[in-house]
Design a protein around this ligand. Structure first.
Ligand SMILES: Cc1cc2nc3c(=O)[nH]c(=O)nc-3n(C[C@H](O)[C@H](O)[C@H](O)COP(=O)(O)OP(=O)(O)OC[C@H]3O[C@@H](n4cnc5c(N)ncnc54)[C@H](O)[C@@H]3O)c2cc1C
Length: 589
């Protein structure tokens, strides 16, 4: 497996790998990562679909990438996926998956046209005082000290950030900025999360710094991602004869380890309370999604809080059983043993009549029923004790959604503190109570809140004990490599497999690790698109520096005398050169 960039490799098709007709594949989990791996096996590895077996513990595919219309509870989204144009592996995949919406075009074409015609941007990024504009006004409000802390983190080596927390690299100046408000609500970072992950995010999305305050950096699918991404993949895979087994939990993969050679030789599974075994040869390739951010997620309903299930579920047990066999298989406990640090809660609110929509319209400053962008990304409630944010994607968000209803996604980063209106921690609240707290922050008059929450909305809370488990501080070897050293027929995929430079909590990461795994184990002779190299592009660095300083020029900064002299000297040296042109073009001088 090697990385590439540019059009030459992007448009080329690989030759059929030698011996692929002798091989089979077993994929544990039917989340985006496994489905992507199956698509790459079929498309690029040219493996026959009937030789690909997907084993899933639940009774439906999609994993974390959801969107469910439950006939009893109603519409449920545990999350929504912010996406961007440089999800290189994901778009490489979806250019080949037929759209279910528009005949004869790909999912990529459908997405591209939609986001061209109806670009995403927000008209109200944050509120205070119950629905008033917080007037962050596109500004990062970073002090010079805080800006320098970001620059320092950007240039810090990965190894110097092992096991460090965000609080280890930033001071109060940074935490008081709009930058941190935007950042932590958009990406769900908390103070105690990994400084390394924070750095990787800054580098990975440096080209989007300018589009961060108003979300013009983001793109979204037409419907929820189950309908817009997972179902098209399912249809593609089923048309190729890929085999799915649901309600099947894989409890172990047993290895034969001789010297440095590691061969997966048996899978241990449990179905309907009985153990089953799948014997493997070196021609049987195994792909395991180790760890899941939605493991043990639990739904409540309008009248019941969601259970906080702290036990370790099937995915962690499987990874633990594998990890016991060799140090190169990683350390799952680093990620799954502190649910107080890794949980948060979301809730899906469906409006049932015409009482709530005017309050939404006042905030998003658009007609929420227009079918076009509504809030354009999350609206964060700056003074919410739960640190609540909410969003309305283009409506309908479900194909089956009645035209007069709106589906809203609400989430709170702090689930253990009482709210501002409902004096209970979010994790103890029913759907109705979460709706009350949300209506309070929307600015609904207090005397109307209880009645509206009871009769004008239905809300399904979802508690996710492991939702940010991949953000826990980590060191080398905590995450296993996609293909651990010496493995001939085994790969880890998904958010807890280690690949260079890319960032977790993204759909792209699952697809990338899937592509790398398939290309490595099948020896597919085509480059995997490298992570977009914007952090090595001087134009992007200059542009983002200027934007991060809210348009201030370097020459406007109050520097110590010695730095001032150095700056003057340097500017004299570059005067009349292309460097001066660049610095001027990107508003640095
Ligand atoms: C609330 C939320 C918000 C998100 N926001 C964004 C976003 O803004 N942008 C973005 O790009 N991404 C976002 N994501 C992330 C993205 O959806 C996930 O990273 C991605 O879908 C993970 O896919 P996966 O296949 O790697 O893992 P999963 O989807 O977790 O799949 C793992 C699968 O394996 C199954 N499984 C586990 N253990 C076993 C076992 N022992 N035997 C059999 N089956 C097993 C599970 O049931 C599951 O189906 C978000 C996710 C959530 C939940």
């Amino acid at each position: 497996m090697y990385y590439s960039n540019g059009n030459y490799e992007a448009f080329a098709r690989p030759e059929k790998p030698v011996d692929v007709d002798k091989k089979s594949a077993y994929l544990v989990g039917a989340g985006l990562g496994s489905l992507a791996a199956a698509c790459f096996l079929v498309r690029d590895g040219q493996m026959k679909g009937e030789r690909v077996h997907i084993l899933e513990e639940l009774s439906l595919p999609g994993g974390a990438c959801d969107g469910i219309h439950d006939s009893d509870k109603g519409f449920i989204i545990r999350g929504g996926r912010e996406m961007e144009d440089h999800f290189e592996c994901l778009w490489d995949l979806f250019r080949s998956i037929p759209s279910l919406e528009i005949e004869g075009v790909s999912v990529l074409d459908e997405f591209y046209w939609l986001n061209k015609k109806d670009p995403n941007f927000s008209l109200m990024r944050a509120t205070v005082n119950r629905g008033e504009d917080a007037h962050t006004d596109g500004k990062f409000a970073l002090s010079e000290k805080a800006s320098l802390e970001i620059v320092k983190l950007f240039f810090t080596r990965n190894e110097d950030l092992y096991d460090k927390k965000i609080t280890d690299v930033f001071t109060e100046d940074f935490f008081a900025s709009n930058f941190w408000l935007y950042w932590r609500t958009m990406f769900a970072f908390e103070d105690w999360h990994s400084a390394l992950e924070m750095k990787l995010y800054i580098q990975r999305f440096i080209h989007h710094i300018g589009g961060l305050p108003d979300f013009s950096a983001l793109k979204f699918t037409k419907y929820n991602q189950y309908e817009s991404l997972i179902l098209p993949m399912m249809k593609y895979l089923q048309s190729h004869g890929v085999h799915f087994q649901y309600d099947m939990t894989v409890t172990n993969v047993v290895f034969d380890i001789q010297g440095n050679k590691k061969v997966a030789k048996q899978m241990v599974c449990r179905r309907a309370g009985k153990e089953e075994y799948i014997d493997l040869t070196e021609d049987d390739l195994v792909f395991v999604t180790n760890g899941s951010c939605t493991e043990n997620s639990a739904l409540g309903d309008h009248h019941r809080a969601a259970e906080f299930n702290r036990s370790t579920g099937g995915c962690w047990e499987l990874w633990r059983n594998i990890a016991k066999q060799d140090p190169s298989f990683g350390r799952p406990d680093k990620f799954c043993t502190n649910t107080e640090a890794t949980n948060w809660e979301s809730a899906t609110v469906t409006t049932l009549d015409d009482r709530i929509p005017p309050y939404i319209e006042k905030i998003c400053k658009r007609d929420p029923f227009s079918g076009k962008v509504v809030t354009g990304g999350i609206v964060s409630v700056k003074d919410s004790k739960w640190l609540m944010s909410y969003t309305l994607n283009r409506q309908p968000h479900f194909k089956e959604q009645p035209k007069d209803q709106l589906v809203v996604w609400v989430y709170g980063l702090f689930t253990d503190v009482p709210g501002d209106y409902v004096k209970k921690p979010m994790r103890e609240c029913t759907g109705e109570e979460i709706t009350m707290e949300w209506l309070y922050h929307l600015g609904v008059p207090e005397h109307e809140i209880a009645d509206m929450a009871a009769n004008s909305a239905r809300c399904i809370p979802t508690m996710m004990p492991y939702i940010t488990s991949f953000f826990m501080p980590r060191t080398a070897g905590d995450r296993p490599k996609v293909v651990p050293d010496g493995c001939v027929n085994f790969a880890f995929i998904g958010q807890f497999a280690d690949t260079v430079r890319d960032t977790v909590f993204t759909t792209e990461y699952s697809v990338r690790t899937a592509m790398e795994a398939v290309y490595t184990l099948l020896n597919v002779d085509r480059g995997v698109p490298e992570v977009f190299g914007s952090c090595y592009d001087v134009r992007v660095l200059l542009d983002s520096t200027s934007k991060m300083m809210d348009g201030k020029k370097l020459t406007d900064l109050k520097l110590p005398l010695i730095m001032n002299l150095i700056e003057k000297q340097a500017l004299k040296k570059v005067s009349g050169t292309v460097i001066e042109d660049l610095l001027k073009r990107y508003n640095i001088i």
